[in-house]
Design a protein around this ligand. Structure first.
Ligand SMILES: CC(=O)SCCNC(=O)CCNC(=O)[C@H](O)C(C)(C)COP(=O)(O)OP(=O)(O)OC[C@H]1O[C@@H](n2cnc3c(N)ncnc32)[C@H](O)[C@@H]1OP(=O)(O)O
Length: 374
């Protein structure tokens, strides 16, 4: 690799902090994080998370991979808080004769699972101490707390949980401290799972499986060399077939909009990409196929800032997931499994939509029911 590269594509996933925007660098991502929103040159590649490793082995094969790891222990480093797609990226780079660079950071916890890598797969290592980022703590409002309680009412003792990102999943965890024997099989978790452990709500005999973590310094201390916590690669964690084998798998995700066909937009705001599919379609499909499983979508019924209903007649943004067991808002829960298309629409209007939106949505249903098809 002697030549000087003047322009390159930078493949990143969910960056929390701003990326260096320089001439010749084009960022590419299947999931837009806060650090990338508004970057004019951003190339968004729609892809569910379970399939991102295949992007890396094919159209987005990396020449150089930069890792952030723990310091070595017995000749191995750990990817710590983020395993996710990184083992696949390392394999793809090495298969193509590429380079693996690592920052060895004493602040990075050593986590067990697929992120433990032999140091000799690293071509260049730089030791640098750097505190890990922590998410801003956002206090959930009354609406979000009410939704969390309604969703928690759908979670039985002994269920296996996947929680997506955002205020609603966090509020749900806070309402689950009274449950017992809960298991965790999720793409990501934060301090809410630590709180469940402290409350005695988790099955202490089952591994807590995830692919990445984002939380407080206390969470990072708890996962360090914790044999109960296993960070596995996304090909395993997000495989819908493996998700479907988890007992009473309950996926809990939020959304920006839901329509009367129970289709969900969780990735676009006003025609522009805000996040991406992430693992939502993987977990929704897996949970629907699991024994005793449920796929839950929970969202506030009204978006105060734009003063609009989040329940719409038909999505005019790209769909992130479709077909769910339950749709929940602060007003109630629509149980959709086995309902007709008319029944789904009626229940979403009656139980999920804000009262201000109900008449308009009902008029839409009546008008479309009266229109002959074909
Ligand atoms: C990493 C993973 O994949 S985990 C597995 C699950 N994965 C996913 O669910 C992926 C997709 N989901 C997501 O990205 C998130 O869960 C989201 C975006 C749906 C919700 O996240 P939250 O943090 O709760 O969203 P938030 O309430 O901040 O809304 C995001 C933005 O959209 C705006 N917005 C929300 N709803 C609407 C609406 N109906 N109309 C217009 N704008 C809206 C908000 O105002 C906010 O913008 P702002 O910050 O400028 O005010």
């Amino acid at each position: 690799m002697d030549e000087v590269v003047e322009s390159y594509r930078l493949f990143v996933l969910n960056p929390q902090v701003g990326l260096p925007v320089r001439a010749g660098v084009s960022p590419v991502t299947p999931f837009v994080g806060p650090g990338m929103r508004g970057v004019a040159t951003l190339e968004y590649v729609p892809c569910r998370l379970s399939l991102v490793p295949r992007l890396l082995a094919g159209p987005c094969r990396p020449d150089v991979v930069v890792l952030h790891t723990s310091p070595p222990v017995n000749g191995r480093v750990s990817l710590g808080t983020e395993v996710n797609i990184l083992p696949a990226a390392v394999e793809a780079a090495r298969a193509g004769g590429g380079l693996v660079i690592a920052q060895l950071n004493p602040a990075m916890p050593y986590t067990f699972g697929d992120g433990e890598l032999a140091l000799d797969i690293v071509d260049l290592a730089v030791e640098a101490h750097q505190p890990l980022p922590n998410p801003a703590v956002r206090a959930g409002d009354e609406v979000v707390r009410a939704i969390g309680e309604r969703v928690a009412a759908l979670v039985a003792d002994g269920a296996t949980l996947q929680l997506g990102i955002g205020g609603v999943p966090n509020a749900t965890l806070a309402a689950l401290t009274g449950r017992r024997g809960l298991r965790v099989w999720t793409e990501t978790f934060s301090d809410g799972v630590l709180a469940l452990d402290r409350a005695g709500a988790l099955d202490t005999g089952a591994d807590l499986v995830t692919s990445f973590l984002f939380g407080s310094a206390e969470l990072y201390g708890w996962v360090d060399r914790n044999p109960r916590v296993r960070l596995l690669r996304t090909e395993t964690v997000n495989d819908p077939g493996v998700i479907a084998r988890q007992p009473a798998m309950t996926s809990i995700n939020t959304a920006l909009q839901v329509d009367l066909h129970a289709q969900v937009n969780a990735s676009h705001v006003r025609g522009r990409v805000w996040s991406g599919f992430g693992g939502q379609p993987d977990f929704v499909a897996g949970a629907l196929h699991a024994p005793g499983g449920h796929a839950v979508i929970a969202l506030p019924s009204w978006h105060a800032k734009s003063d609009t209903s989040t329940v719409v007649a038909a999505l005019d943004e790209p769909t992130t997931s479709f077909q769910h067991s339950y749709v929940v808002s602060e007003h109630g829960t629509a149980a959709l499994w086995g309902r007709s298309v008319q029944g789904q629409a009626r229940d979403i209007i009656a139980h999920v939509a804000d009262p201000r939106a109900r008449d308009g949505l009902t008029r839409h249903v009546e008008a479309t029911a009266a229109t002959p098809s074909g």
